[in-house]
Design a protein around this ligand. Sequence first.
Ligand SMILES: Cc1cc2nc3c(=O)[nH]c(=O)nc-3n(C[C@H](O)[C@H](O)[C@H](O)COP(=O)(O)O)c2cc1C
Length: 163
Amino acid sequence: MQKKEANKKGALQPSPKVLVSCRGLDGEDNALAVGYCGNCSYAPPMVMVGIVPTRYSYQMIKESGCFVVNIADKNYQETFDYLGRISKKDSDKLKDMKVKLEEGKVVNAPILSDCPVNIECTVVDSIMTGSHEMFIGKVEYVHASEKLIDEDGNIDFSQINFI
Ligand SMILES: Cc1cc2nc3c(=O)[nH]c(=O)nc-3n(C[C@H](O)[C@H](O)[C@H](O)COP(=O)(O)O)c2cc1C
């Protein structure tokens, strides 16, 4: 195979695309699209999400110390695109899109009811990697649509039509 140097940015693909929901100290809820994310520890289970400091959500996560990673499927594409384009600085986007919310079971942040998987996390560390601050989240609780879970609690991700 003949190779040549390619651009470095976002070189690792495919990468998941998720919605991260959060709550500010004043109780306001928000969510944004995130592509810089991944699993980062198996034991204990941890995930990381990369947030640009200019995002409205950034301060909310920084102050509250928690967030929820919501895995959206293609049925949610329109909402996903809106939450990834509009900032809460400019509009109450959750209201605009009539996003259904539920309380987290463990953390003080909302989960997006119409996403098949929601991962509640507590921030245990963060590192400014460059453009993004990577928030390391200890996985506190995973909600998954009943039809996706087998008797051992494993999620059948092959049934999700990922964005
Ligand atoms: C596919 C996609 C991936 C994105 N990935 C990230 C990301 O990893 N980190 C980030 O801070 N913003 C990312 N964004 C941009 C934010 O979702 C967007 O700026 C959003 O409006 C921020 O909302 P907020 O200001 O209300 O927090 C992404 C947007 C899209 C559409």
